[in-house]
Design a binder for this molecule. Structure first.
Ligand code: ZN
Length: 305
């Protein structure tokens, strides 16, 4: 501002009426103002600011993701380009309006936990990669490990119901089914204050009667890693990377060390391939298809039934 005042005093009328120097000052002002506004917008998104700095200091990541900017721009509008890219790449799925819905997506799902050790390792690698997953918990474990349940939701992940005692629901009567479902929901509610949003019946066993009885969507899978059988991290990694495609729901179990190890390798590899690693419900939303109750989903895109 001092500079401008001095120039007016010099009586140079060309500058006063918008000569080149004024143009540059104006430009600098606009750039400064825009930067301020962008930083303010970032601040209003809380931890996004951290990512902003992170990106500035990791140019190679920006370079690698450049192609996504244009794609994302198509969905978010030109003004959103850069921020869209940051969210898309670094926050994965946290903001539906700004996610590149054309990016390939995969939903990793974990059954039979929570397990304080392995679930926590999986959450860490997900968070380190700004990714999310869905955890179908068994009631008896949910009761034992409320802190792990809280950590799952704290990491932006989704909690699903996998019955109180891992029972085959199609072999139970209505009252027993309700007890199996409610048992999990009670544990989840008392630990986190939230309800489960999806259910995966043990052994994938369901029928029409069960579907009609449940008031949340049934989520199955279409990529089975058979991690319980191999108990080998590399085998699990290979089974996913050799088969994975857009919209897949991957079945794993967060009760084995080999699975935690596999996820530590897998999540960065999936991101390298351009996959957005999200929860099942998010994947459905991004693909324009909310999951509905009384329906079963084996992948997102189609229904299993
Ligand atoms: Zn199970």
């Amino acid at each position: 501002m001092n500079i401008q005042k001095n120039r007016y005093q010099s009586g140079d009328r060309r500058n006063l009426h918008g000569g080149y120097s004024d143009f540059w000052l104006y430009l600098i002002f606009v750039i400064a103002a825009s930067t301020f506004c962008i930083l303010l917008a970032q601040l209003s998104h809380g931890s996004s600011l951290r990512v902003w700095y992170y990106k500035l200091n990791h140019k190679e990541v920006i370079g690698k993701g450049m192609e996504h900017i244009d794609q994302a721009g198509k969905t978010a509008g030109p003004a959103g380009n850069l921020l869209t890219y940051y969210r898309f790449q670094e926050f994965g799925a946290s903001n539906p309006e700004e996610v590149d819905v054309n990016a390939p997506m995969v939903a990793l799902t974990f059954d039979d936990g929570p397990n304080p050790e392995y679930t926590s390792r999986i959450l860490k690698v997900l968070q380190d990669n700004y990714s999310q997953a869905t955890f179908f918990v068994v009631g008896t474990n949910a009761e034992k490990y409320p802190d792990t349940l809280k950590a799952v939701l704290g990491a932006g992940c989704e909690l699903g119901n996998h019955t109180l005692n891992h029972k085959k629901l199609t072999e139970l009567n209505d009252v027993e089914v309700v007890e199996q479902i409610d048992g999990v929901d009670r544990a989840v509610k008392s630990a986190t204050g939230e309800n489960t949003t999806v259910i995966r019946p043990p052994y994938g066993a369901y029928d029409d009667e069960l579907l009609n009885q449940l008031n949340v969507p049934v989520v199955l899978w279409d990529l089975d890693t058979e991690d319980w059988k191999s108990r080998n991290a590399q085998t699990v990694v290979d089974s996913v990377l050799s088969q994975v495609k857009d919209g897949d729901i991957v079945l794993m179990h967060d009760i084995y060390e080999s699975t935690a190890e596999a996820v530590e390798i897998l999540v960065p590899k999936l991101k390298e391939r351009g996959y957005l690693v999200v929860t099942v419900s998010e994947m459905a939303r991004y693909k324009g298809k909310e999951l509905e109750m009384h329906k079963a989903y084996g992948e997102v895109g189609g229904t299993a039934q």
